[in-house]
Design a protein around this ligand. Structure first.
Ligand code: PLP
Length: 358
C-alpha cells in the first residue's frame, strides 16, 4: 500500500467550457502522480502534485535511448454520477510485462491501481459528463539517469497524467479505410512488439503518415519476417469475421495484447462465436473478401472500443467490407463494452473497478 503524499494545486485551471470540443490528448487536469525509483532503494516518494513540466538534464537517458514504457486506460462517469475504471489490473500487468522487456523496474499491480485511483479521485471533477466522453489516463515510466551510454538506468520516474477526452464517435460510428503495409514493419520475434514502449510508436510514424496522405485511417501491419500474416493496426488489434468465425492474430510476442482485444474475445466466446487466435495470411483475407466471405472487420482498442473497417488495400488490390456499414457483431461488441464502461449495462464480467462518487 503506497503512502501517497498530496500537494494540491493553488491555481486550479478553468475546466473546458464545451465538452463537445475536447478532442483527444490536448487538455490536462490539475494534478499528476509521481514516484521515483533509485537502485538499492526501490520505488519511493509516491506523491500527487500540481501538473507541471519536468526540469530535465539534456543528457537524461530517455532522450537518447528511449528507455520508456506507457499505458492507456480511461475513467468513465456513469449516469448516477459514479466514477469507474475498466480492467485496470490488465493495464497494470501489461506495464509489468513491458517493464521486464525494457529493463525497467516493475511497479506492483496494486500500487499501479492505487495510484491511478488516487489521481482520478483528486481530479474527479475533470471526468467529462457528456455521453461518450471520458478521462483518458496515461501512466508512463522513463529512465531518468543523467549520462550517455547504453545501460539500464539506476533511476526511473513513474508519472500519471490525465486528459479529459471527447467522444471518439462524436459524429457517429464511421467505418475506416486501412492500408496493408507492405514495406515497413512494426515488430519481429525477439523485439518489443508485445510491449507498450515509445520506441514501437516512433518506428511506426512514417508508415502511418504515408498511409494518411493517401486517405487511410491507419496501417495494418504484417509480420516482420515474411510480410505474410496480419498482426495489428497502428493503435488497435484487429479481428476478421469470415464464414461466421472470428480470426485474430495470436499474442505471441509481436502483437500488443490489447485489453479490449481480450475483453472482446471473452464476450464473443460467451455469445457462442468461435474465435481463432492464430496466424492468418493476408492472401486468405483478401480472397475471402473477393468471394464475399469476409463478413466484418474491426479494430479493437481503448480509444475507439471497436472501429469498423470498410476497406482493405494491399498492393493495389482492394476489398470492401459490410457495404461500408458497421456489421452486427461489431455493433453488439460496441454496445456491450461501452454499456459496461459507462454503467448503462450491468457488469456481468467483474471488469468494472469503482473509484469514487463523482
Ligand atoms: C499497437 C497497439 N495495439 C493494440 C492496442 C489496443 O490495446 P488496448 O485494447 O489495451 O487499448 C493499442 C492501444 O493501446 C496499440 O497501441
Amino acid at each position: 500500500m503506497l503512502d501517497i503524499k498530496m500537494t494540491a494545486t493553488t491555481a486550479p485551471k478553468a475546466k473546458p467550457a464545451d465538452e463537445n470540443k475536447l478532442g483527444f490528448g490536448k487538455i490536462f487536469t490539475d494534478h499528476m502522480f509521481l514516484m521515483d525509483y533509485t537502485a538499492g532503494e526501490g520505488w519511493h516518494d509516491p506523491r500527487i502534485v500540481p501538473y507541471a513540466p519536468f526540469p530535465m538534464d539534456p543528457a537524461t537517458v530517455v532522450f537518447h535511448y528511449a528507455q520508456e514504457i506507457f499505458e492507456c486506460l480511461k475513467a468513465y462517469r456513469t449516469a448516477d454520477n459514479k466514477i469507474q475504471l475498466f480492467r485496470p489490473d490488465c493495464n497494470a500487468q501489461r506495464m509489468q510485462d513491458s517493464a521486464d522487456r525494457l529493463c525497467i523496474p516493475q511497479i506492483p499491480a496494486e500500487d499501479f491501481i492505487q495510484a491511478v485511483k488516487a489521481l482520478v479521485e483528486v481530479d474527479k471533477d475533470w471526468v467529462p459528463r457528456i455521453d461518450g466522453a471520458s478521462l483518458y489516463i496515461r501512466p508512463f515510466v522513463f529512465a531518468s539517469d543523467v549520462g550517455l551510454g547504453v545501460h539500464a538506468s539506476k533511476h526511473y520516474t513513474f508519472c500519471i497524467i490525465c486528459s479529459p477526452s471527447g467522444a471518439y464517435y462524436a459524429e457517429g460510428i464511421d467505418p475506416v479505410r486501412i492500408y496493408v503495409e507492405d514495406e515497413y514493419i512494426r515488430a519481429a520475434p525477439g523485439l518489443t512488439g508485445f510491449t507498450k514502449c515509445g520506441g514501437n510508436y516512433a518506428a511506426s510514424i512514417k508508415a502511418g503518415e504515408l498511409a494518411e496522405e493517401q486517405g487511410f485511417a491507419q496501417v495494418l501491419w504484417l509480420d516482420g519476417v515474411e510480410k505474410k500474416y496480419v498482426e495489428e493496426v497502428g493503435s488497435m488489434n484487429i479481428m476478421f469475421k469470415i464464414d461466421g468465425k472470428i480470426y485474430t492474430a495470436p499474442c505471441t510476442g509481436t502483437v500488443l495484447p490489447g485489453v479490449t482485444r481480450r475483453s472482446c474475445i471473452e464476450l464473443l466466446r460467451d455469445w457462442g462465436y468461435e474465435v481463432v487466435e492464430d496466424k492468418i495470411a493476408i492472401t486468405d483475407i483478401m480472397k475471402a473478401g473477393h468471394e464475399g466471405r469476409l463478413e466484418e472487420v474491426f479494430g479493437t482498442g481503448t480509444a475507439a472500443v471497436v472501429s469498423p473497417v470498410k476497406e482493405l488495400d494491399w498492393k493495389g488490390d482492394k476489398v470492401f467490407i459490410s457495404e461500408g456499414k458497421i456489421g452486427p457483431v461489431t455493433q453488439k461488441l460496441y454496445d456491450t463494452m461501452t454499456g459496461m464502461q459507462w454503467g448503462k449495462l450491468p457488469d456481468t464480467k467483474g471488469w468494472i473497478v469503482p473509484v469514487c462518487q463523482g
